[in-house]
Design a protein around this ligand. Structure first.
Ligand SMILES: Cc1ncc(COP(=O)(O)O)c(C=O)c1O
Length: 381
């Protein structure tokens, strides 16, 4: 059987990983400054993560949500504490898009309304509602098209206030736009959205699937603006590669039992992975590390010539080259053995290293990056 090609593939086959590094089949070592689209939060194959998952698998890998599962409550408790949302409920599922589908469904059930406000350049996933919320006509199939999504300019509160009415169930926004090229909503915009939603009886949904779990230097990036969303979606960094996702639900939103459901969501193995991630984040103080290393990275990037703009927060960084970044990224990978990511704007590079990044790794990255940037021949044509 021939494989379906999900994305264009780099000519690299990683066979092992540890911390910020991955190795290919011939022993070549690569610095991972991308983490497979922001997934690697605590580093590859962290020993505690490996132990916790292995131990759980030896005991019981899976049973469904129809039995008692104290490990789910343990995960919810730990997440509530570390994220500073101890009184929210947690619905567990398997992927970012699934978290978005469930958040939108919940908002619609709760408000008995059907319209959703979303933003330009947004990315929320590829399933039916999520892909319609996403700004990318190419991946929206005819069956997904509906007129329930109102797309507005990013950071434009006036546009939102003109569109909010009694038909709007929710406003959905990323904590920091990821695939769209790392664009940060202003604190005033987030606060304004919260106020408008409250006045209008709409729910305020923060998609923290990419920007959450400490990547910004706070547990959630919206916490810089001191706002409290009604629903928060999480995935990527939550399992450090193990498929697990969730929706955090504020206490006044009370879904009835059975409104949301899943076979695999919140299974024993996934919870073990999720707990291991939170335990490492806590004991190794990785959120503080993301903040400190992010400041160092930003400081150094600001000194480089040839970059147009640097955007983001903490270890979620977007920068624009004056040219298409594809051959730059390839050169970085092949010549310097450093992995970085792309974005919907072809000139943009996304930097999403592990939250456990250290000084030596940062220096390795900077020296590799500078050497390609200084290769003037690269920019000709
Ligand atoms: C902000 C955001 N939301 C949702 C998704 C969809 O997540 P998944 O690919 O796990 O379905 C992504 C994936 O890139 C994302 O970045």
């Amino acid at each position: 059987m021939k494989l379906f090609d999900v994305y264009p593939r780099y000519d690299l086959e990683p066979v092992s990983g540890l911390g910020s590094w991955i190795w290919d089949q011939s022993g070549g070592r690569y610095l991972d400054f991308y983490g497979g689209h922001a997934v690697i939060s605590i580093g590859h194959s962290h020993p505690h993560y490996v132990d916790r998952i292995t131990t759980q698998l030896r005991q019981l890998g899976f049973y469904s949500n129809s039995v008692q599962m104290p490990i789910q409550a343990e995960l919810a408790m730990k997440l509530g504490k570390l994220s500073a949302y101890p009184d929210y409920q947690l619905f567990l599922c398997n992927s970012g898009a699934e978290a978005i589908e469930n958040a939108l469904k919940l908002a619609s059930f709760h408000t008995k309304r059907e319209k959703i406000i979303v933003f330009e350049r947004a990315f929320h996933g590829r399933t039916s509602l999520a892909v319609t919320a996403t700004d990318g006509k190419k991946i929206v199939a005819p069956i997904n098209i509906n007129d329930r999504f109102i797309r507005l300019p990013f950071n434009d509160l006036e546009a939102v206030s003109q569109q909010l009415d009694a038909s709007v169930a929710a406003v959905l926004i990323e904590g920091i736009q990821g695939v769209g090229g790392i664009h940060v909503p202003t604190d005033d915009f987030l606060r304004g959205l919260k106020t408008l939603c409250k006045q209008n009886g709409s729910l305020f949904i923060l998609d923290e699937i990419q920007s959450g779990y400490g990547r910004s230097g706070k547990f959630f990036s919206h916490q810089f603006a001191n706002v409290t969303p009604d629903l928060i979606t999480i995935a990527k960094g939550m399992g450090n590669g193990f498929p697990i996702a969730g929706v955090l639900i504020q206490p006044d939103v009370k879904p009835w039992s059975g409104m949301l459901g899943t076979t695999f969501g919140g299974n024993h193995l996934a919870c073990a992975a999720g707990l291991a991630v939170l335990e490492v984040i806590e004991t190794e103080k990785l959120i503080e590390n993301a903040k400190v290393m992010g400041e160092k990275l930003w400081g150094q990037l600001a000194l480089l010539e040839g970059l147009e703009v640097v955007r983001g927060r903490g270890l979620m960084v977007g920068l624009d080259l004056p040219v298409d970044s594809k051959s730059f990224r390839n050169k970085l990978l092949i010549d310097q053995k450093v992995f970085v990511g792309s974005a919907s704007n072809p000139n943009t590079i996304r930097l999403l290293p592990s939250l456990a990044l250290n000084d030596d790794e940062l220096l390795f990255f900077l020296s590799a990056f500078k050497s390609i940037l200084q290769d003037e021949s690269f920019f000709i044509g």
